[in-house]
Design a protein around this ligand. Structure first.
Ligand code: PA5
Length: 454
């Protein structure tokens, strides 16, 4: 590879193991059918995450928020869960890492995506209400984890800011329905809409992820630009079999489905850009919630190099031979500090080198070891680890997830199986109705138990 080409963003298919993936030719032959389906869904307005019809208006709103309202706060407390939180966290960790470093003085984003009573209390005890913006993100506007926190946080705000509490709230929810929308209307609280058909895990490049990005001073325009550059060809009215077949998201989908057909039911995502490790969690939700359907799918296994070389990598390398790997690295990272001269002789090989040389060497070593262990592997190698590259990656993975789901014959934008647990929890808390769930609960909790002390 030449020095020039190292700066390109590349998908490296060298170790994809196509020879072991017998269904791939048949899957590739479905490009025309998939192109037609894409055109139909986009035409019907059902894929706003790719077509971004809301973006021009949102860009104006973000610019105004950035230069005005958001400037008035030092802290953003984000209440949201799943797709309403994971994209924002990935962006924060990648592009505003200062909060996790010693001596942080700038703006802080606190993402509350759980219902841990102690954590919520600690935040409310320590955050200065007068400098805090509470950003509540819920597409449905009814999610109990988010709304449960909202009740308490609103109460906290009202006590601390009896007259100005509404000015410390920004609600991002469905334009027309749901509890949060009613709340916004009843009290005149500032809102941003989650566009129709924009599901949580596909919504990072919307106000859901971009408002926190703007708050933290990230290059959100670069994110959008990168995202659009990958998504735009898929939304082109002239999209046909040949142009879809040439798009990396389709090739990735073919690979992913062919892997499933060949019994590879786990997909490692190994990020060798340490600050991007939360993108592995973002991807895990996107992939798992979209594709775990009808007994099919592949389990995402998020990992970060070099840390996880010393935790789960042994299983990747020599456990069940059911894993493939999506490897994410950058062409060049920071050079790092030079090693000092007075090192013991056994570390002579580090003489004259810099700390930044460790990670690429370890990435190469792990990539080769996985390949030698017969793990089918595709490597996404980014020329730069900037916002535009992240946007490109997010569009690639989003579109690939969608297309993989269509190749599987399932609906990749719903998540019906997770509803039962939610209904049972509500029944447990005494919500009205839910008679069937209450009967199930009673049988589950009082039936013959096998519990043993230890
Ligand atoms: O991706 C999804 O659709 C889910 O993970 C949702 O984001 C999550 O359940 C939260 O839903 P809501 O945004 O309606 O509160």
């Amino acid at each position: 590879m030449t020095a020039g080409s190292q700066q390109q963003d590349v998908l490296d298919w060298t170790n994809a193991s196509w020879e072991r993936l017998g269904s791939s030719p048949d899957l590739r032959a479905r490009a025309g059918e998939m192109a037609q389906k894409l055109a139909g869904e986009i035409g019907a307005g059902r894929l706003p995450f790719l077509a971004l019809p809301f973006m021009a208006g949102l860009e104006q709103e973000l610019a105004a928020l950035e230069s005005g309202f958001l400037k008035g706060f030092e802290h953003m407390l984000l209440l949201g869960i799943g797709g309403s939180a994971l994209g924002a966290r990935a962006l924060q960790k990648a592009f505003a890492p200062g909060q996790d470093l010693p001596g942080h003085r700038g703006k802080s984003l606190w993402i509350m995506d759980n219902v841990d009573a102690a954590t919520l209390e600690a935040h409310l005890d320590r955050l200065p209400a007068d400098k805090t913006l509470v950003y509540v993100v819920s597409k449905s506007g009814d999610t109990i984890e988010t709304i449960g926190q909202y009740f308490l946080v609103k109460d906290w705000l009202k006590r601390a800011q009896p007259t100005a509490w509404k000015d410390h709230l920004l609600l991002n929810t469905d334009e027309n329905k749901g509890y949060l929308r009613e709340e916004a209307t009843a009290f005149g609280i500032r809102t941003l809409p989650v566009p129709d058909n924009l599901g949580g895990r596909y919504s990072a490049i919307s106000a859901v992820g971009l408002v926190p990005a703007a708050f933290l001073g990230m290059d959100w325009r670069g994110l959008v630009r990168g995202f659009s550059s990958v998504a735009a060809p898929l939304t082109d009215p002239k999209l046909d079999a040949a142009s879809l077949a040439a798009h990396p998201s389709f090739e990735f989908a073919v690979w992913a489905k062919a892997l499933m057909d060949a019994g590879y039911c786990e997909l490692i995502t190994f990020f060798y850009i340490p600050a991007w490790s939360s993108f592995a969690d973002w991807f895990a939700q996107l992939w798992a919630e979209s594709l775990g359907k009808d007994g099919m799918g592949s389990q995402p296994l998020p990992a970060v190099g070099a840390t996880d070389q010393h935790s789960v990598n042994q299983m990747f390398l020599d456990g069940p031979r059911n894993k493939a790997c999506l490897f994410v690295e950058r062409a060049t990272g920071p050079a790092g500090l030079p090693f000092p001269k007075d090192m013991p002789a056994i570390f002579d090989y580090l003489q004259g080198k810099r700390f930044g040389e460790l990670l690429p060497a370890e990435a190469l070593g792990t990539r080769m070891a996985l390949t030698q262990s017969q793990v089918p592997l595709v490597c996404l190698r980014l020329g730069a680890d900037d916002a535009a590259a992240a946007g490109k990656m997010m569009a690639l993975f989003g579109a690939a997830t969608l297309l993989t789901g269509w190749l599987m014959g399932i609906n990749p934008v719903d998540q019906p199986a997770v509803e039962l647990g939610k209904r049972l929890a509500k029944a447990r808390l005494g919500a009205s109705g839910l008679a069937g769930e209450k009967a199930q609960l009673s049988a589950f909790t009082t039936g013959g138990r096998d519990e043993r002390g230890f």
